[in-house]
Structures are given as C-alpha cells and as structure tokens.
Design a protein around this ligand. Sequence first.
Ligand code: GDP
Length: 531
Amino acid sequence: MDPNSTIAKEAARRRTFAIISHPDAGKTTLTEKLLLFAGAIQIAGSVKARKASRHAASDWMEIEKQRGISVASSVMQMEYRDHVINLLDTPGHQDFSEDTYRVLTAVDAALMVIDATKGVEPQTLRLLEVCRARNTPIITFINKLDREVREPLDLLDEIERLLKIATVPFTWPVGMGKQFGGVIDMRANRMRVFTAGEDRAAADDEVIDGADDARMTERFGGDWKTARSEIELLEGASHVFDREEFLTGTQSPVFFGSAINNFGVREVLDALVELAPSPQPKPASERVVEPTESKFTGVVFKIQANMDPAHRDRVAFVRVCSGRFERGMRLVLSRTGKDVKTASAVSFLSQRRDIVEEAFPGDIVGLPNRGVLHLGDTLTESGEALQFTGLPFFAPEIFVNVDVADPIRTKQLHTGLQQLGEEGAIQVFRPYQGGSLLLGAVGQLQIEVVAHRLEHEYNARARMTPSAYKLARWVSAEQPADLLAFLEGNAHRVAHDVVNAPTVLYAHQSELRAAAEIWPRVQFHALREHS
Ligand code: GDP
C-alpha cells in the first residue's frame, strides 16, 4: 500500500485509547481535562452528567434516562497537534466489567490512572491483566499530587511489583500536597511549576529551564533536594525508555500530576501523540488485516441499547480496522453474507451525535440497527470471508433460572433473551436436556438490568429463581469423540450459549477440579474468545 495514500496518512495520525483505573482515581476528571486541552469543550459537560448517572447505577431507570448521554460520550474524538485522538469510555461500575474488557480490545493503547494517595487498587490490577494479555501499551498517570500522597518511589515500586510492568518516569514531582512545587521534565532538565486552579491552561504555567540548584533550593527547600536525589537514584537504577518494550506492554512511561488542577494533562496528550502507536494490524481467523489496506473492514466490539427503548434499535460500535468508511457504503456482514446499510451511521464528535461522513482506521462508527449486528461481528467492504478474533466472553459467576411469568408472552421473552444475549448484556444458556433457560452474569446488577429491559423493551415479564450453579466453563477437546463422550456423560449439567458453544455448569469449585481429573483430554475455559 502506498504510504502516501489518504488511508495511510489518516491511519498514521490516529490514536485510539481508553482509560483504565479504579473508581475515584480521577478518570472522569482527567477525561474532561483532556477534552478541554484538545479544545473539545462541548463534550466535557456530558462527561460530568454521565458520572452523575453512574452514581445511580443500582437504579436502572436513572441509567435509562441518561442513555442518550451515555451513547454520545462512549467515544470521544478530539484533535490535538494534527492528530485525531479517540478516547473510548469504559463503564465504571464493576458489574459491567465485561463490557470494559471488550472495549479494551478496540484500543491501541491504554492510559492507567493511579491515585497517588492509594497506589495500585484491585480494579486497576484486573484491567491491567486484560491489557497485558493483548500486549497493549500502557501510559501511566499518577494523579492527585496536590494531596498528601505516598512516596513516589514507593508508588513506582508497587506498580512494578504488583502489575509486573517496568516503569520509566518521564516527569518527577517536587514535593506534594500543600508543598507540591511542580514536576521536573526528566529529559529536558526543565521544571513546570505547579499552581492550583481549574481554569488554567498549561500555557500559563511558569517553566524554569536549566534549574540552578541554589536558586531552586531557596525556592522549594528540602523538596527540591529530595527530588534531585531521587532522580539521581533513578538515573542509576531505573530502566531506560525503550519504545519496543513500551509497544509490547512491558514498560510504561510515567507522568505525575493533578487532573483537577489541569496539571500534567498536556504531557499526557503529548505522550499519546509522540509515544502511543497508530492503529495496529488486527488478527482474523483467516489472516492479519493491515490498517492501510484499501478496503474497509471493521469489528463490532460493543452494542448499546439506543435512546428510545420502545423502538428497540441498538447502536453497534464498530472499530474501523482498515480502509475508509464512507456513509452510505454497502458493507457485508461476514457471519451471514448479507448486506448492511450504513446510511444512518453516527459518529461521536459531540453530544448531538453528528452524522459521520467518513472514518479511518482507529475511528469508531456507530451503526443503529435492530438486532442485525451481534457482538464480535465482522463487516467488510469486499465481502471477503473474514472473522476478527479476540473479543472475550467471561465465564459467569451468578446464575438464575428464567421462566415466563405470562405464558402468552413466551415468544417475546425468548426474543428478548436472544437479543440481550447477542448484545452481551447477559449470557443465556439453554440446558442440553431442556427445562428453564439459565441466565449467567458476572455481576448482580446485570440481572436486574435484564429483568427491567425484558419488561420495558419486550413487554415480557420473566420469573427469575436462584440457581444452584455457581460456575460455568466452556469445554473443548482436541478429539471430537472426547468432547462428545464428556457432553453425554455430563448431559444433566451441560448447556449451550447463544452461539451454541457447549458449557458445563457446577455448584462448587471442587466439582470442577474433580471433573478435570476424570476427563484429562477435555479443556475447561473460563474465557471464550469470539471466533
Ligand atoms: P473516577 O471515579 O475515576 O472517574 O474519578 P473522578 O474523576 O470522579 O474523581 C474522584 C474524586 O477525586 C473527585 O472528588 C475528584 O474531584 C477528585 N480528584 C480528581 N482528580 C484530583 C486531583 O488531581 N486532586 C485532588 N485532590 N482530587 C482529585
């Protein structure tokens, strides 16, 4: 492919990333500031509104009211230094973490936000594991230096130990809390002086070049000396930045700052432009797809119910993997070989959900549809048989039996469950020997949301009763005969999911261990990748 082609040029200036963090580390605040710095002010308000809805996460009615906003702020696009930056939002509530994992399959880099008063927290750890499984490059932002925080060296040590990723500080803090003086740019021997305030732009910051030790000690006291000696220590002991290691997710550049005070935010944007990769090649079952290929390909990584629940239309979020997307173009859905219309494709440039005219690799396009598109679907311009791989489904941990409350509405209930299953809102299992359908969830809130949506979107009330099952494993075997023998021998506890993948269900971990011993030629998977 000609490197000067429009597609190659547009792909090269794209950066697509997500923020990973534990709740309250400052993701919302940082998102707003990134948007402000990149001039996309209009959306910033909606980030706050979105957060307001998140606090009411247990109340689905409230979430529903906010759906318009949440669709619009799911993907935020900004221009910075002649680059197009796509920021994919990840749901904050832990019960929706499956959704988050899938969003992480659609990014080329992740920004990890650490609360410097707390260090590495559980959700960060889990999300980082997902990134690591895919070798996603990680940029680290250590936030809240305007508070009394943990020692920076301790924080780096903890990140290295718990997250098993080498850290390379690009900036280093001078003091903290009330004494927070600013950050030293480790490469340029320059200090950016901290001033508090939400409305400042970084251009107003005082920057001291070629810091003179005596003068700086006079101004920043012991904090300056401490910072200097820490930097000396780091220069001797820490890793040297290696772009290859960063790109394979084994080394992370680290920045210190305070999101609420707009401090350190520009450095993060610069790092995205200068260090983070442009759209990467994507593996499919048949071959690897290069972003610069002339024909469009894309993959559905998220499906979200649309604003008007009565119409049941849903927005499929498609990551452009190659080529150019043009509104109105004819695309082929690989799974069915059928055409998909794109005339009403939406982009996420603003709260209004602008109609998208064209999009390039790394961009996200929203395709409103009525259940035609499923999670993990591949769309192509050429009609080539192609299936992108790698979209994860996680073995559920909460199970309920579901029956119709009103027999006349059986069909609606089954349609609803099939569609919500395809959307990834819940996992639906059909027991091999018949009987009630089983719903499997990773978090309890998912079950509540599904019950509510069945009633309001499908007009079908479900009777849900607790199930004895506590864990599920997808099963496979190298020899089909081995799998068949297992499935027949365990028919009473085997079920099939929405894509007909065989699953075995257990009430106790010990049963799974016993089964694994009895059936050594069967593999038990806690994670299923879309294929
Ligand atoms: P999220 O849950 O990760 O989205 O976190 P938020 O952005 O909502 O931030 C959580 C809390 O931390 C809020 O009260 C913020 O005002 C506060 N916060 C965010 N950034 C900073 C910061 O740099 N310094 C201080 N002191 N507080 C911050």
